[in-house]
Design a binder for this molecule. Structure first.
Ligand SMILES: Cc1cc2nc3c(=O)[nH]c(=O)nc-3n(C[C@H](O)[C@H](O)[C@H](O)COP(=O)(O)OP(=O)(O)OC[C@H]3O[C@@H](n4cnc5c(N)ncnc54)[C@H](O)[C@@H]3O)c2cc1C
Length: 465
């Protein structure tokens, strides 16, 4: 972290220098060389990479957005260099720092993943349940306000981060809830922690996160249930939640998605709208949860439950769910996946999913649907040929219609994937101009990354700690 702080201090004075010198924001190869040399003086030659293979590896993610664009104006510092710049790779900052078993909290460095943390916690009876299933880092998850399949019971990153250590643009270090503090709740001042959760790397670099932990439930059991229609599967979800069943996971897969999962994972579930469910608790409470849930699903025409009780079978089931992205991609080899998500108040779910499926069919778009329906949140994992401009245009129009459909139902244009590049205009529609101006004020105050306006191509650097 000291290295990171030093590095940002080294680089920050160069940012205004580059800008002042080049009002037109053209590339200053000399200035970039000086930045690289400043980084090397902090972390050594090994810690800085300008090789094209490494830059290529860090210059893209799973999305369809192209990352290499024009030229430098200023030098963006990012964990993921959307428009080029310096890429900070924090994976080697991977220590679990402070575990307070009795208080159910832990502090981690940015490279720790949920899997790594849970393996560290194995003998403590505790676990961290938020897991988007994408081998993400916990601080990356804080940056994107990630959630995933367990959120219906345990909440999202927003509710599970107690404190963050953040290195700001000028290299100063902010502790969002006060240094070393880890109360379960606070009403002291603004909630700065939640300002940084979901800030997608635009306000600073998160170098430590203090997280809530939970007791591992006495037992866990998973089940799969097939339904005759989307409406009956989603109605069941709503009724299960209305009945107060503390369900741990309730995931919807439409017929296209379950077919893709079957093919990708060698499974043989019925190709109809399906719910994957998981119950956590004591044996007694599980009996009650299961019996209420079965009654509701039967009333809605659902099949008998296919149970997965032992850890291995449950693991296989949830792996199939977490592999949904790759299963969708395999439907059209050679194509790219374009994931979009929306979230609506739960009572609006049946209507929005039914309308969205009709829209997909009408526009001849391959878009399996998988949803964390217990939260009113679902994804369309669209598979498209990026070289077919007509298809790209159809998909673009579809995703805008989907987001506006969610907004019209009092929802949001993204439940967990964030705004990124693609949804900036929709964010304006969602929160209004005044809220955007307040966000921009924060951005100007905190940020080093002229993220939305910077361009670069040649001089991307991966900076490793
Ligand atoms: C196959 C797949 C399935 C997914 N499923 C889900 C899901 O079910 N639910 C869900 O919520 N999400 C899901 N996601 C999204 C996932 O949550 C995010 O990709 C993940 O949280 C990002 O973490 P990361 O460590 O990979 O960050 P990166 O991809 O490296 O970065 C993501 C963003 O966070 C910023 N960032 C990263 N680390 C830091 C840091 N230390 N400080 C400041 N900013 C930082 C980056 O600048 C960037 O803007 C899925 C993603 C994939 C690829």
């Amino acid at each position: 972290m000291t290295l990171l702080r030093q590095a940002l201090r080294f680089s920050s004075p160069l940012l205004p220098f580059i800008c002042r010198r080049c009002r037109t924001y053209s590339t200053q190869a000399g200035a970039v060389k000086r930045v690289i040399s400043a980084f090397r003086s902090v972390s050594g030659d090994e810690g800085v990479s300008v090789g094209s293979a490494v830059r290529e590896q860090h210059g893209r993610d799973e999305s369809v957005h192209s990352l290499y664009t024009h030229f430098h104006m200023r030098l963006p510092i990012a964990c993921f260099p959307l428009l080029g710049g310096v890429c900070l790779n924090l994976r080697k900052m991977d220590q679990v720092l402070d575990l307070h078993q009795e208080d159910f909290d832990v502090t981690v460095e940015p490279g720790v993943t949920p899997k790594g943390l849970n393996s560290y916690l194995r003998d403590t009876g505790l676990w961290f349940p938020v897991d988007p299933g994408a081998d993400a880092s916990l601080c990356g998850m804080a940056a994107t306000s990630a959630s995933g399949t367990n959120a219906v019971r345990y909440g999202t990153m927003r509710g599970n981060v107690l404190n963050l250590e953040v290195v700001l643009a000028d290299g100063t270090v902010l502790h969002t809830a006060g240094k070393g503090r880890r109360p379960r709740k606070t009403s002291a001042g603004y909630n700065l922690t939640n300002l940084f959760v979901g800030s997608e790397g635009t306000l600073g670099i998160i170098t430590k996160a203090t997280l809530r932990l939970f007791g591992i439930p006495e037992s866990m059991v998973s089940a799969v249930c097939s339904f005759p229609s989307v409406q009956s599967a989603v109605d069941s979800t709503v009724q299960i939640l209305q009945a107060g069943v503390p369900i741990a996971r309730i995931e919807f897969l439409d017929d296209v998605m379950i077919n893709a999962c079957n093919r990708f994972n060698n499974l043989s579930y019925a190709v109809t709208p399906t719910l994957f469910l998981e119950f956590h608790g004591s044996s007694k409470s599980m009996e009650e949860q299961v019996s209420i849930t079965e009654e509701i699903t039967w009333d809605n025409g659902g099949s008998d439950f296919a149970w997965s009780e032992d850890e291995e079978t449950r693991g296989r089931l949830w792996k199939a769910r977490h592999d949904a992205w790759y299963a969708a991609l395999a439907l059209r080899p050679g194509c790219k996946a374009y994931s979009t998500d929306v979230c609506v108040p739960i009572s609006r779910l049946p209507q929005i999913i039914v309308e969205t499926k009709e829209d997909l069919i009408r526009n001849n778009i391959t878009g399996p649907i998988a949803g964390h329906v217990g939260d009113g949140n679902f994804h369309c994992l669209i598979v498209l040929d990026p070289n077919d401009p007509d298809e790209v245009q159809r998909v673009h129009s579809f995703t805008e219609r989907l987001a506006r459909r969610a907004l019209a139902m009092d929802g949001t244009c993204t439940g967990e994937h964030g705004i990124g590049l693609g949804k900036r205009a929709l964010l304006r529609e969602e929160v209004g101009l005044l809220a955007i101006e307040v966000m921009q004020e924060h951005y100007r105050r905190y940020s080093a990354l002229d993220f939305l306006t910077t361009r670069c191509q040649e001089n991307k650097v991966c900076f490793k700690f």
